[in-house]
Write a protein that binds this ligand. Sequence first.
Ligand code: DGL
Length: 280
Amino acid sequence: MSKTVLSGKPGSIGVFDSGYGGLTILKQIRAAMPEYDFMYLGDNARTPYGTRSFQVVYEFTLQCVTKLFEMGCNLVILACNTASAKALRTIQQIDLPRLDASRRVLGIIRPTVESIGELTHSRHVGLLATPGTVKSLSYPLEINKLYPDIVVTGEACPIWVPLVESGESCSDGADFFVKRHIDSLLSKDSKIDTIILGCTHYPLLLDKIRKYVPDGITIVSQGDYVAASLRDYMKRHPEMDARCTKGGSCTYFTTESVETFLPNASIFLNSAIEARSVSI
Ligand code: DGL
């Protein structure tokens, strides 16, 4: 399988994920900000990140951010909770000043966390996420900074990302694993009235998740909150806004082969796209 390195449009906003999950965020960002140019990079060849160590997630994420910078992005969104939990802070504090202090890397945990205070009435919140995100404790720590009264219970779902990445999200077999983790989460805290889907892959399992989450529990999918937060960021940072080009385009890159990436990506986006393969 040969890999060609081609450039996207300089000035695009970079959107990064370990695989297909970030497409769920990209879709909603593009709906809210159609005038901007985007460049999506999925590290499908090395997915999943959620079961990898802190150091490996950090190194892989930094490599992908550097690649997006090289292709001309001035602003990169880590549309991956695992990368946001394990790599964002180090990249912002240690790597950005060294690489290019004028560029920015943003995560997706904070915008999600900010929405929670208004959504939960019982003040008991559940988190479904990768083992890495759950173990990092990023969600409870960030939520408790803003809302000290909220109790957060996490459930790691190590098999959900592989189900999505292997195109099994709609299969009958997926039901077993979706139900198992929802039941496990709710058995740990019966007062949960709000569940955060803390992994960008999980909206792709939403139909099945809805099937097993009891009525009356709010399911929080991140896309809308991330999109609204990015729009707001652009208003507050006109200097960055001016460096992001507005031609309405989107270029897709994957570290896998295009043949492997395209069929699933097109299903998740509900439209046919073209993609290019990059070496990291
Ligand atoms: N989509 C990523 C997230 O939001 C993780 C997927 C993975 O395990 O690679 O956490």
